[in-house]
Design a protein around this ligand. Structure first.
Ligand code: NAD
Length: 515
């Protein structure tokens, strides 16, 4: 192991031994298939992780259930105090954990640290929430009666996560789930096991210090088999799944078939629309960040760019100049803006998408190739690409498919209504952004005839959401909402409790039923 990698792992108490246990249910274990964690920058094998066997998963689920039975008896504000301690423990390791995200996932250091900060922020949010997860008192039509809407803990929440946010997505789910009184069982992406082990160690240290069962925050690493078993288990009351549309479709059906609850956070295919009155000095860098940031591997990455005819040449000229300055390289080096794609397979998907663009007559304005120079060859580095496809039909595969790589397709429009049609006419509905200084455009954009995505921005790019608002998308993005807003309400079971304090027992709606 390189000294840099072993330094980062050691700083997070991850052993640098031959094989690392990847299951935690109060104890660390793992005797299932071995998963390799591979550094996308250098190709170095960072660790070999022992995943969960079916028996180990079964035991973890049993322990999670027991942990839930314990946690649900702890008052919510006290759970908030425990979350505050978890927040402190995470903040103390922010830089080390951020570095591990960069090392294992491949995003640049500031984004890796930002991702840990997001977990810290959502802990703060959930600490507050722990004193505000209120039910309601409803006026009853019957005299001497009161109706209460009561939230109670739900049970075991299974969280399945994607590779691209290997820390924050678990953070969003765990914090709300814990505040609500549930045990959370995490099945992370098989290619980012070290991030999940590091997070679980930090959380577990606080749980153990406070005498809580470790399975309050259980971890089962593994691939598709482990994921399927979690999804199909009746012991999992809520499945929160983040990943591709293809897998989400299978997961959604499986959970529905056993009448479980699910939250689906699936692929995005996000557009930015630039009106002729937009402030280009803001819009150009925002599109640059949206399309090139995280090497195009955010669910909210900008993949489609619609430019008003009057400003299109000027905009593309300025954007290409920015693309030409992008600093590619090691994501852990200060100043790098473009790290690698996460896997070798993703490089193939990028190359295939570029080839398809070429075959269908698109003009490639910039990019389109792998970086092969020097040490870049060892990693999965690809050139950020801007293309002008021949067809502007949003139903064309080029426009309607999420390619998880830094490829930005662009087209010209003549009026806002047409741009909104382009924006909406794809299967996905996660994020969108309009650039304008005209209030009338804003009204149309956020209103009934406007953008149909879950995140609808104005003069703000498609990616980089804050935790305060509910995060999620519509249509084939799955309709899920996580993080802020009313998202917590999904992590509890709601009861409508009608209580009769009177000496009579009238029926609702005036129904008479006396013998
Ligand atoms: P993926 O769908 O390949 O994998 C996601 C998770 O599902 C992994 O943990 C994987 O092991 C597991 N899995 C695979 N097959 C399964 C099955 N049959 N049953 C149960 N679990 C199974 O996704 P990925 O490549 O890791 O992530 C990229 C995708 O995630 C992109 O489409 C991206 O847009 C999406 N994403 C969405 C959001 C959002 O909030 N909407 C956030 C991040 C990523």
């Amino acid at each position: 192991l390189s000294s840099r990698a072993s330094g980062i792992l050691s700083s997070l108490d991850i052993p640098t031994s031959a094989e690392i246990p990847g299951v935690y249910d109060g104890q660390w274990k793992g005797t299932g298939d071995i998963m390799e964690s591979v550094c996308p920058t250098t190709g170095e094998v960072l660790a070999r992780v022992q995943s969960a066997t079916p028996t180990e998963l079964h035991v973890a689920l049993e322990k999670s259930k027991e942990a839930y039975h314990y946690l649900r008896t702890i008052p919510a504000p006290r759970r908030g105090e425990l979350l505050r301690q978890i927040r402190e423990a995470l903040a103390a390791k922010r830089d080390a954990l951020g570095a591990l995200v960069s090392l294992e996932m491949g995003k640049i250091k500031t984004e890796g640290i930002g991702e840990v900060q997001e977990f810290v922020d959502i802990c703060d949010y959930a600490v507050g929430l722990s004193r505000m997860m209120n039910g309601r008192v409803v006026a009853s039509e019957r005299p001497g009666h009161t109706i209460l809407e009561v939230p109670n803990p739900l049970g075991v929440v299974g969280v399945l996560t994607a590779f691209n946010f290997p820390v924050a997505v678990y953070g969003w789910n765990f914090s709300l789930s814990f505040a609500a009184g549930n045990a959370t069982l995490w099945k992370p992406s098989p290619s980012t096991p070290l991030c999940s082990i590091a997070v679980t160690k930090i959380v577990a240290s606080v749980l153990e210090r406070n005498g809580l069962p470790g399975a309050v925050s259980a971890l089962v690493t593994g691939g598709k088999d482990v994921g399927e078993a979690v999804v199909e288990s009746r012991d999992v009351n809520l499945v929160s799944f983040t990943g591709s549309e293809a897998v989400g479709r299978v997961v959604g059906k499986a959970v529905q078939s056993r009448f479980g609850k699910s939250i689906l956070e699936l692929g995005g295919n996000n557009a930015a629309i630039v009106m002729p009155d937009a402030d280009l000095s803001l819009a150009v860098p925002a599109v640059f960040f949206g399309a090139v940031g995280t090497a195009g591997q955010r669910c909210t990455s900008t993949r489609r760019l619609y430019l008003h005819r009057d400003i299109a040449p000027k905009f593309l000229d300025a954007l290409q100049k920015l693309y030409a300055t992008v600093r590619v390289g090691d994501p852990l080096t200060n100043g790098t803006l473009l790290g690698p794609l996460h896997t070798r397979a993703a490089v193939g998907i990028y190359s295939d998408a570029v080839q398809r663009l070429r075959e269908t007559g698109a003009e490639i304005l910039t990019g389109g190739l792998r970086y092969e120079e020097g040490t870049l060859r060892q990693g999965n580095f690809v050139q950020p690409t801007i293309a002008v496809p021949k067809s502007t039909d949003p139903k064309d595969t080029i426009w309607s498919t999420e390619t998880f790589a830094p490829i930005l397709n662009t087209a010209v429009f003549d009026d806002l209504a047409q741009a909104i049609e382009f924006n909406n006419d794809v299967p996905q509905g996660l994020s969108s952004s309009l650039w304008t200084r005209d209030l009338r455009n804003v009204g149309k954009w956020i209103g009934p005839e406007g953008s149909d995505t879950g995140i609808v921005n104005v003069n703000v790019g498609t990616s980089g959401a804050e935790i305060g608002a509910a995060f999620g998308g519509n249509k084939s993005t799955g309709w899920g909402r996580e993080s802020g807003g009313d998202a917590w309400k999904q992590y509890v079971r709601w009861s409508a409790c009608t209580i009769n304090f009177s000496d009579a027992a009238p029926l609702a709606q005036g129904v008479e039923f006396s013998a």
